[in-house]
Design a protein around this ligand. Structure first.
Ligand SMILES: [Zn+2]
Ligand SMILES: [Zn+2]
Length: 207
Protein backbone atom coordinates (compact mmCIF):
# COMPACT_ATOMS: atom_id res chain seq x y z
CA UNK A 1 0.00 0.00 0.00
CA UNK A 2 1.04 3.59 -0.58
CA UNK A 3 4.07 5.38 -1.91
CA UNK A 4 6.54 3.12 -0.10
CA UNK A 5 4.75 -0.09 -1.04
CA UNK A 6 4.23 -1.16 2.54
CA UNK A 7 2.83 -4.63 3.14
CA UNK A 8 -0.48 -4.86 4.95
CA UNK A 9 -1.59 -8.25 6.23
CA UNK A 10 -5.09 -9.48 7.05
CA UNK A 11 -5.11 -12.41 9.48
CA UNK A 12 -8.45 -14.08 9.99
CA UNK A 13 -9.94 -17.34 11.14
CA UNK A 14 -12.95 -19.34 9.98
CA UNK A 15 -15.29 -17.64 12.42
CA UNK A 16 -14.48 -14.16 11.11
CA UNK A 17 -12.08 -12.93 13.78
CA UNK A 18 -9.65 -10.60 12.10
CA UNK A 19 -6.50 -8.59 12.71
CA UNK A 20 -4.98 -6.06 10.36
CA UNK A 21 -1.21 -5.77 10.64
CA UNK A 22 0.22 -2.42 9.49
CA UNK A 23 -2.64 -0.69 7.62
CA UNK A 24 -0.16 1.42 5.70
CA UNK A 25 -0.98 4.85 4.36
CA UNK A 26 -4.45 4.22 2.98
CA UNK A 27 -7.02 3.46 5.67
CA UNK A 28 -9.90 3.94 3.23
CA UNK A 29 -8.44 1.49 0.72
CA UNK A 30 -7.86 -1.08 3.46
CA UNK A 31 -11.39 -0.61 4.76
CA UNK A 32 -12.81 -1.23 1.27
CA UNK A 33 -10.71 -4.38 0.84
CA UNK A 34 -11.86 -5.66 4.24
CA UNK A 35 -15.49 -5.04 3.28
CA UNK A 36 -15.02 -6.96 0.02
CA UNK A 37 -13.77 -9.89 2.06
CA UNK A 38 -16.53 -9.47 4.63
CA UNK A 39 -13.99 -8.93 7.41
CA UNK A 40 -14.34 -6.68 10.45
CA UNK A 41 -11.06 -6.40 12.36
CA UNK A 42 -11.06 -6.42 16.17
CA UNK A 43 -7.43 -5.30 16.35
CA UNK A 44 -4.87 -3.33 14.39
CA UNK A 45 -1.34 -4.50 15.15
CA UNK A 46 1.57 -2.22 14.32
CA UNK A 47 5.07 -3.60 13.86
CA UNK A 48 6.31 -0.04 14.45
CA UNK A 49 5.17 3.54 14.19
CA UNK A 50 6.56 4.78 10.88
CA UNK A 51 3.98 6.69 8.84
CA UNK A 52 4.06 4.29 5.92
CA UNK A 53 2.78 1.57 8.28
CA UNK A 54 0.49 3.62 10.50
CA UNK A 55 -0.97 6.57 8.61
CA UNK A 56 -4.15 4.63 7.83
CA UNK A 57 -4.72 3.66 11.47
CA UNK A 58 -6.92 6.57 12.52
CA UNK A 59 -9.46 6.14 9.74
CA UNK A 60 -9.52 2.36 9.94
CA UNK A 61 -9.90 2.36 13.73
CA UNK A 62 -12.72 4.93 13.57
CA UNK A 63 -14.60 2.96 10.89
CA UNK A 64 -14.21 -0.45 12.46
CA UNK A 65 -13.74 0.16 16.19
CA UNK A 66 -10.62 -2.01 16.08
CA UNK A 67 -8.23 -1.59 18.99
CA UNK A 68 -4.84 -0.15 18.05
CA UNK A 69 -1.84 -2.07 19.44
CA UNK A 70 1.73 -0.77 19.32
CA UNK A 71 4.81 -1.11 21.49
CA UNK A 72 4.98 1.51 24.22
CA UNK A 73 8.23 2.97 22.85
CA UNK A 74 6.68 3.72 19.44
CA UNK A 75 3.33 5.02 20.70
CA UNK A 76 4.48 8.63 20.42
CA UNK A 77 4.85 8.12 16.67
CA UNK A 78 1.08 7.77 16.30
CA UNK A 79 0.51 10.98 18.21
CA UNK A 80 3.23 13.12 16.67
CA UNK A 81 4.25 12.74 13.02
CA UNK A 82 7.52 14.58 13.72
CA UNK A 83 8.77 11.24 15.10
CA UNK A 84 7.43 8.89 12.44
CA UNK A 85 9.32 10.02 9.32
CA UNK A 86 6.20 11.52 7.75
CA UNK A 87 8.42 14.40 6.64
CA UNK A 88 9.37 12.17 3.69
CA UNK A 89 5.90 12.85 2.45
CA UNK A 90 4.55 15.93 4.20
CA UNK A 91 7.64 18.12 3.87
CA UNK A 92 7.31 19.53 7.36
CA UNK A 93 3.64 20.54 7.20
CA UNK A 94 1.92 18.02 9.44
CA UNK A 95 -1.37 19.90 9.78
CA UNK A 96 -3.24 17.28 7.73
CA UNK A 97 -1.59 14.30 9.32
CA UNK A 98 -4.13 11.87 10.89
CA UNK A 99 -2.78 11.79 14.43
CA UNK A 100 -4.17 9.09 16.66
CA UNK A 101 -3.51 7.16 19.87
CA UNK A 102 -2.85 3.59 20.90
CA UNK A 103 -5.47 1.59 22.77
CA UNK A 104 -3.14 -1.18 23.92
CA UNK A 105 0.56 -0.75 24.61
CA UNK A 106 2.64 -3.82 23.86
CA UNK A 107 5.83 -5.03 25.48
CA UNK A 108 8.15 -8.00 25.19
CA UNK A 109 6.19 -11.20 25.70
CA UNK A 110 2.71 -9.71 25.27
CA UNK A 111 0.27 -12.42 24.23
CA UNK A 112 -2.61 -11.53 21.93
CA UNK A 113 -5.47 -13.93 21.24
CA UNK A 114 -7.96 -13.17 18.52
CA UNK A 115 -10.51 -15.92 17.95
CA UNK A 116 -8.48 -19.06 17.30
CA UNK A 117 -5.33 -17.07 16.45
CA UNK A 118 -2.56 -16.50 18.95
CA UNK A 119 0.30 -14.06 18.61
CA UNK A 120 3.27 -13.37 20.84
CA UNK A 121 5.23 -10.13 20.77
CA UNK A 122 8.99 -10.05 20.39
CA UNK A 123 10.46 -6.65 21.10
CA UNK A 124 13.06 -6.20 18.34
CA UNK A 125 14.29 -2.58 18.57
CA UNK A 126 16.81 -0.99 16.26
CA UNK A 127 14.83 0.15 13.23
CA UNK A 128 12.74 2.10 15.75
CA UNK A 129 12.79 1.90 19.57
CA UNK A 130 9.47 0.06 19.69
CA UNK A 131 9.77 -2.22 16.67
CA UNK A 132 8.23 -5.62 17.32
CA UNK A 133 7.72 -8.90 15.54
CA UNK A 134 4.38 -10.69 15.87
CA UNK A 135 4.90 -14.41 16.01
CA UNK A 136 2.06 -16.79 15.27
CA UNK A 137 2.12 -20.56 15.00
CA UNK A 138 3.49 -20.45 11.47
CA UNK A 139 4.45 -16.87 10.70
CA UNK A 140 6.68 -14.06 11.83
CA UNK A 141 5.45 -10.57 10.95
CA UNK A 142 8.66 -8.63 11.29
CA UNK A 143 7.95 -5.14 9.97
CA UNK A 144 11.09 -3.33 8.88
CA UNK A 145 13.45 -5.24 11.17
CA UNK A 146 14.08 -8.00 8.63
CA UNK A 147 13.29 -8.29 4.92
CA UNK A 148 13.67 -11.11 2.45
CA UNK A 149 16.56 -9.09 1.01
CA UNK A 150 18.20 -7.52 4.08
CA UNK A 151 17.50 -5.66 7.28
CA UNK A 152 15.98 -2.32 8.21
CA UNK A 153 17.69 1.04 8.33
CA UNK A 154 18.65 2.48 11.70
CA UNK A 155 19.33 6.12 10.79
CA UNK A 156 15.80 7.46 11.37
CA UNK A 157 14.41 8.81 14.66
CA UNK A 158 15.14 6.38 17.50
CA UNK A 159 17.12 4.00 15.29
CA UNK A 160 20.06 2.19 16.85
CA UNK A 161 22.57 -0.03 15.04
CA UNK A 162 23.60 -2.04 18.09
CA UNK A 163 20.03 -2.69 19.14
CA UNK A 164 19.23 -3.80 15.58
CA UNK A 165 22.20 -6.19 15.67
CA UNK A 166 20.91 -7.64 18.97
CA UNK A 167 17.45 -8.04 17.43
CA UNK A 168 18.80 -9.81 14.34
CA UNK A 169 20.85 -12.09 16.60
CA UNK A 170 17.75 -12.88 18.57
CA UNK A 171 15.75 -13.75 15.46
CA UNK A 172 18.61 -15.97 14.28
CA UNK A 173 18.09 -18.08 17.41
CA UNK A 174 14.54 -19.05 16.41
CA UNK A 175 14.88 -22.61 15.19
CA UNK A 176 11.31 -23.18 14.09
CA UNK A 177 10.48 -22.98 10.42
CA UNK A 178 8.33 -19.86 10.05
CA UNK A 179 7.14 -17.86 7.12
CA UNK A 180 8.83 -14.47 7.22
CA UNK A 181 6.28 -11.72 6.47
CA UNK A 182 8.17 -8.42 6.23
CA UNK A 183 7.00 -4.83 6.07
CA UNK A 184 8.14 -4.42 2.48
CA UNK A 185 8.90 -6.84 -0.34
CA UNK A 186 8.20 -10.54 -0.64
CA UNK A 187 7.56 -13.09 2.03
CA UNK A 188 10.17 -15.82 2.42
CA UNK A 189 10.80 -19.04 4.27
CA UNK A 190 12.96 -18.72 7.36
CA UNK A 191 15.11 -21.58 6.07
CA UNK A 192 16.16 -19.33 3.20
CA UNK A 193 16.65 -16.21 5.35
CA UNK A 194 18.31 -17.75 8.42
CA UNK A 195 21.67 -18.54 6.71
CA UNK A 196 21.95 -14.85 5.71
CA UNK A 197 21.68 -13.54 9.26
CA UNK A 198 25.34 -14.07 10.33
CA UNK A 199 26.39 -11.92 7.38
CA UNK A 200 23.90 -9.20 8.39
CA UNK A 201 25.21 -9.33 11.94
CA UNK A 202 28.81 -8.99 10.77
CA UNK A 203 27.84 -6.00 8.64
CA UNK A 204 26.04 -4.32 11.54
CA UNK A 205 28.90 -4.95 13.94
CA UNK A 206 31.55 -3.62 11.56
CA UNK A 207 29.88 -0.34 10.66
ZN1 LIG B 1 9.95 1.63 9.10
ZN1 LIG C 1 8.40 0.62 6.24
Amino acid sequence: MGALRTNTYFCFDDSGHCVVIDPGMDGEGIYEKLKQKNLAPQYIFLTHGHFDHSQGVKLLAEKTGAKVCIHAEDAVMLENPAFNSANFYYRGDFSFYPRTRADILLSEGSLLSVGSMNFSVLHTPGHTPGSVCFRSEEMLFCGDTLFSYGYGRYDLWGGDRERLADSIRRLSEISKELKICPGHGNTASFSRIRPLLPQYLAELQNQ
